[in-house]
Design a protein around this ligand. Sequence first.
Ligand SMILES: Cc1cc2nc3c(=O)[nH]c(=O)nc-3n(C[C@H](O)[C@H](O)[C@H](O)COP(=O)(O)OP(=O)(O)OC[C@H]3O[C@@H](n4cnc5c(N)ncnc54)[C@H](O)[C@@H]3O)c2cc1C
Length: 593
Amino acid sequence: MKILIVGGVAGGMSAATRMRRLDEAAEIIVFERGHYVSFANCGLPYYVGGLIEDRSALLLQTPESLASRFRLDVRIDHEVTGIDRTARTVSVRDTVTGNVTTEGYDRLVLAAGATTRSVLPAGSSMPVHTLRTVDDVDQITALLTRSTGPGSAVTGPSATVAAVVIGAGFIGLEAVENLVLRGVHVTAVEFAGQVLGPLDPEMAAPVAAVLRAHGVDVRVDTSVRTAAAGRVRLSDDTDVAADLIIEATGVLPDTSLAAAAGLRIGESGAIWVDDTQRTSDPLIYAVGDGAEKIDAISGGPTRIAMAGLANRHGRAAADSIADSAGDGAAGALGVAVAAEPAFGVAIVGVFGTTVAMVGWSERRLLSAGRAHRVVHTHPSDHAGYYPGAEQMSVKLLIDAGTDAILGAQIVGGHGVDKRIDVIATAMAGGLTASALSRLELAYAPQYGSAKDPINQLGYVADNLAAGTTRSLQWHELAGALAAGETLVDVRTAGEFAAGSIPGAVNVPLDELRDRFGDLPTGPLVVHCQVGQRGHTAARLLSQLGREVRNLDGGYKTWAAGAAALAASPRAAVASVLPVSPVVPTPATERILA
Ligand SMILES: Cc1cc2nc3c(=O)[nH]c(=O)nc-3n(C[C@H](O)[C@H](O)[C@H](O)COP(=O)(O)OP(=O)(O)OC[C@H]3O[C@@H](n4cnc5c(N)ncnc54)[C@H](O)[C@@H]3O)c2cc1C
């Protein structure tokens, strides 16, 4: 069995090493057009920032180490330029000598990853960097070292070096953070109306605030017009200084070899594969960023460019190849296992704030017209009485019919990573949202709470599913008030004075029983700071016969939503989320008086 692998990083190298563990007799050749294999691409931004000091730490393996441990024939600086499926050969160009050779295969694995797309208009005369390879970071760090030295304490507008990062997605924000750590003044330019596009706007707004607090000039609803002579002209006709431009505007699956060879390209634009990573040619497999995935929420094809999936599917391709061999290869053990659909679990850290998500956002559910419920909570990562507790903001998306968990987003500090993984695991295991309330999770005061944030989500979900409580979302509030509902803020007078929602009347929860008679007739919306006292108020009022809904996530979520809309005049989100300005109603005017 002769197996050729195109691409020697995440997916390709997982396939190669698993293949060797399954079949000692196989001939395995890995072609990598770059100069490095199996490098830590996820670590690249942190080398730029100086957190990873030793460049060699990025280089996890070499052709020599892979040869000695796995007897792999790894050929760096070799680009596969074409596939002849009839002859079962690939053509390979040595990028150093230019020599072209032909190599035959029994099985071929495509793990060529993704390509970048440049949004910089033609006519721009400044070099633009990407942050994808070791060569990229060598160039960026050389430029920074020339300009700032190995590191600089000066950040913000007074920094001597300026950079523009185009694209405020996950990798763009990692680039931003690490440039700031190097003392660079950074302008983050984002075409969409918010940073971190996969998040819902009220969850992304606090991230933008964190960036600004660290001196980053965040420009949403903005694109780059031109770049020349150290200046970048933006679409709002302002100029910003730029010694360095990094483009992080997302990736597209690299389907070039597959498409040229006539392999099927899926609806998502990535290489179509079956659930054992086999392409439309049974002798050719595809894994990683180039290969199509099945979306766990819709069951349809999707593109997800994440390292975990690339590694998992590389391994699965090896299992599938070993299973398909059927040639009695001595010791071949692999058994093809159908791939699980992908949830798209992702996490990123920005200046100590952790942002994580899984599954679908509210915006996506609304666009798809899928009936859902939403829960926002703002729990502490561990018991409030134990020092160092940090608040996080959690959003859970739930199928309105089945109570299935459709997605989650968490922004906070400690403990975000743990909670997103618990939710992702619950989703993979098919637990309902209400079942989160019954999960038995590890607790001691420094790690969690007796009612863990995950349990709390479950309690709210359970109450919604059972009809014990009714809620409305921050973007639905204006409509409710315009329809004549009364907004009652049940926080303390001090909290109310520190900031309130226009049109709200303040009746603190502890006074609600006594002042119940003062409330106007008609439907009520109650709210507190994070939703918990609001729930108690809603229960009290509904037992007193009132029609009442609790503002989900309370003032904190509403304020984050308002900040998101204020930051984006275009309010890309508003096309999906039906938001309108808050208008005080006669009822609220009356009780205010
Ligand atoms: C800066 C950065 C940070 C990231 N951080 C994270 C993270 O924190 N978490 C996460 O889950 N994911 C992260 N990712 C994404 C993750 O790295 C990718 O999803 C994963 O590497 C994809 O694996 P792959 O094998 O498909 O492609 P890659 O790992 O990109 O490998 C593809 C290789 O194929 C080679 N190649 C392409 N065409 C040819 C050809 N014709 N001939 C020979 N060789 C070829 C390329 O040179 C490349 O080395 C990050 C990516 C980057 C760039």
